[in-house]
Design a protein around this ligand. Structure first.
Ligand SMILES: Nc1ncnc2c1ncn2[C@@H]1O[C@H](COP(=O)(O)OP(=O)(O)OP(=O)(O)O)[C@@H](O)[C@H]1O
Length: 467
């Protein structure tokens, strides 16, 4: 929901605008002083500000320039009780969106707000298309482009993001891209792998501890949450976070402060949270294995990364990119790929996704040697076996369908009775089945699901032989 802030010392005006704008679907706040207003603009990523000119602690017009210097500055609409042409000119020259009189009708306020928001949306869409740094994310398929678009949206705000997807789909990579493109990029990107932490270490690793907090705590130690101050905290495999820690974490997220293990004093840390999971957290909530309040907090925005098998067009790009960036080979000794090699990669279903693809390319390269052309026989045998089976199953299905459906289908529109049509189909099915297994009854039973006695009975009925 777009966020609007009113900075005006007249509380009555603020409350009237809050009511009206709320009804229009905006998330709306107000502050009575310039100082409090300026603090909230950047803490809450405000989209549009209604800014009064005469405030108890400063002049709104003079504040515009410094607000606008910020790369994520909101659109500013100046509101004033004493309209004057110089003030209006200064506002527009300082890049304010509009300048309106407080005595104007409510319609004017609503119109200015809607137009400013329309403009902001367009501006962000253009920015997101052109400015997101995505050099490490390879792929041009529509599925991956839509995820990159979400990265650019996530980068211009500060809300928690949950990245979901199978293992190896790039959850950590995408999280880093959000961080790199965000206003927090100058600070750290701190990774916490919740699945790798033993339960007794989770709390102190995240929140830190003071000296003597437990046996072996010989000195105080800062936690990862403190280290992420001003930066991004990446909670990998968030589904593994114990329930009691989720509760403490939620508080830290809301208050932006927490207490280290064994400590008395609260520590402040302002971090952006990005979480990742390969699990269905919604289902875990239903089974009481994950806290609902924590889930709602971390799920403000979701980016679901598609498995590689759903975006096979990207395989060629990833292979080429990985080969040309391989630091183990000099430029003259880079491997190239044959069409057959790429075709094999397209057939496989990639349960380990991009990570598995990269590993397979490395294996094939080391098998082939520097400067070689990669052929299918450089691929590991498990992959080639999978592909052979896949090709065989598909061709069997294709053979059978081409052989027996066509003649029968041609007759549907003729005078065949339903019963006769079914009989014909059964006979054709059995004929093709027996031919494909070259009369091997055992194989025919396995493929058709018929028992031996059923198969013999049908063969007798349709006068078919197994040779
Ligand atoms: N779109 C992509 N383009 C290029 N490389 C990618 C892409 N997606 C993933 N990778 C690479 O694949 C590997 C695995 O990515 P990453 O660790 O981000 O996956 P993950 O989803 O976090 O995996 P896991 O769930 O197992 O932790 C990394 O080497 C990463 O750089």
């Amino acid at each position: 929901m777009p966020k609007v802030l009113i900075i005006d010392d007249d509380e009555l005006i603020c409350e009237t605008l809050v009511k009206v704008f709320n009804r229009m679907g905006y998330d709306i706040f107000y502050q009575l002083t310039l100082k409090d207003g300026l603090e909230q603009i950047f803490a809450d990523n405000i989209d549009i500000v209604f800014l009064d000119v005469s405030l108890p602690d400063g002049n709104g017009l003079q504040a515009i320039k410094s607000i606008k210097k910020h790369p994520f500055a909101p659109e500013i609409i100046i509101i004033t009780g004493n309209e004057n042409i110089d003030g209006a000119e200064l506002a527009i020259r300082s890049n304010a969106w509009d300048y309106i009189s407080k005595t104007g009708s409510m319609k004017k306020f609503k119109f200015a707000l809607d137009r400013a928001f329309e403009y902001r949306k367009q501006k962000q869409a253009v920015q997101s298309k052109h400015t997101v740094k995505r050099d490490l994310i390879i792929g041009e398929s529509p599925l991956i482009l839509s995820c990159i678009d979400k990265v650019s949206k996530a980068a211009v705000n500060d809300i928690p993001v949950l990245i979901s997807g199978e293992t190896g789909t790039g959850k950590e990579l995408f999280s880093r891209m959000i961080h790199i493109n965000s206003k927090r990029s100058h600070a750290g990107f701190i990774v916490v792998d919740c699945a790798a932490l033993p339960e007794y270490l989770v709390e102190s690793t995240l929140f830190g501890h003071v000296k003597g907090a437990f046996t072996g705590a010989d000195s105080s130690k800062a936690g990862l949450m403190e280290m992420a101050d001003k930066g991004t905290l990446f909670l990998d495999e968030v589904g593994e976070l114990p329930l009691n820690i989720q509760k403490k974490f939620l508080r830290a997220l809301q208050e932006k402060q927490f207490r280290p293990v064994g400590g008395q004093n609260e520590i402040k840390s302002d971090f952006r949270l990005i979480s990742a999971t390969h699990r269905d957290i919604g289902a875990m909530v239903k089974e009481n294995k994950f806290r609902e309040d924590f889930y709602f907090r971390i799920f403000s925005m979701n980016i679901h990364l598609p498995p590689l098998k759903d975006r096979k067009d990207d395989i060629k790009l990833i292979v080429q990119n990985h080969l040309s960036n391989n630091k183990n080979f000099s430029k003259e000794n880079l491997c190239s790929v044959s069409d057959e090699f790429l075709r094999e990669l397209q057939i496989y279903d990639w349960p380990g996704n991009v990570r598995e693809l990269i590993t397979i390319i490395d294996l094939a390269q080391s098998e082939a040697g520097a400067g070689s052309i990669l052929f299918p026989h450089h691929l590991p045998s498990h992959l080639r076996v999978f592909n052979i089976r896949n090709k065989f199953d598909n061709s069997t299905v294709r053979d059978m369908s081409e052989d027996f459906v066509s003649p029968a289908v041609q007759n549907i529109g003729n005078t065949l009775k339903f019963k006769d049509y079914i009989e014909k189909m059964k006979c054709e099915y059995l004929r093709v089945l027996l031919s494909n297994v070259q009369g091997n009854i055992q194989h025919a039973c396995k493929r058709s699901g018929l028992s031996k006695s059923q198969l013999y009975r049908l063969m007798q009925q349709y006068d078919l032989k197994n040779n």
